[in-house]
Design a binder for this molecule. Structure first.
Ligand code: ZN
Length: 171
């Protein structure tokens, strides 16, 4: 069976109330969702509560992911441990409103994979950098050289006092 099928929760099934799902995410999960996570091993437990047209999904995900460090670009391990509640309502068409999701009542199913990733992404720090001193020294040397070259170039063009611009986040 395709691993993606395990992420489709049938909210119309008669035994869904109180049902617990155990899922495992690895590299194919992050690749499929086109994330910037290069490697990862996560375990997700989902507890569904509710009947009729309104459900609460308690989603707990923990494990580790690997992302590039914002400073040296080398691989960096991040610990993930996040617990979130997601309200799911039946409606006419699919809508993701952040704190709740509407799924078409005719289908009655929800693909939980992108929502798990959303919660994982939200739990990660905005600035992802190694602890002081743990950046890749070879990469730092190349980057510092690059920055030095660039500021020399800028000096040639007599740029005004804009050194702080480089420090700002442009995400
Ligand atoms: Zn680093």
């Amino acid at each position: 069976m395709d691993w993606k099928n395990a992420y489709i929760i049938d909210l119309k099934s008669s035994d869904v109330n109180g049902k617990v799902f155990h899922l495992h995410e690895n590299d194919s999960f992050f690749e499929y969702l086109q994330t910037d996570i290069e490697h990862g091993e996560l375990d997700t437990t989902i507890t569904v509560e509710g009947t009729g047209r309104l459900f609460n999904l308690n989603i707990h995900t923990e494990g580790t992911v690997h992302v590039p460090c914002d400073r040296c670009l080398a691989d960096m391990e991040l610990r993930i441990d996040t617990t979130d509640d997601l309200v799911v309502k039946f409606g006419t068409e699919y809508m993701d409103e952040g704190d709740y999701v509407v799924v078409p009542e005719e289908e009655g199913t929800i693909d939980i994979a992108p929502l798990i990733y959303e919660f994982v992404a939200l739990s990660m720090p905005i600035k992802r950098v190694h602890q002081p001193g743990e950046c890749d020294p070879a990469m730092m040397e190349i980057l510092n050289q690059h920055l030095a070259d660039r500021s020399n170039l800028e000096d040639d063009f007599e740029t005004t006092d804009e050194e702080d611009v480089e420090e700002q986040e442009t995400e």
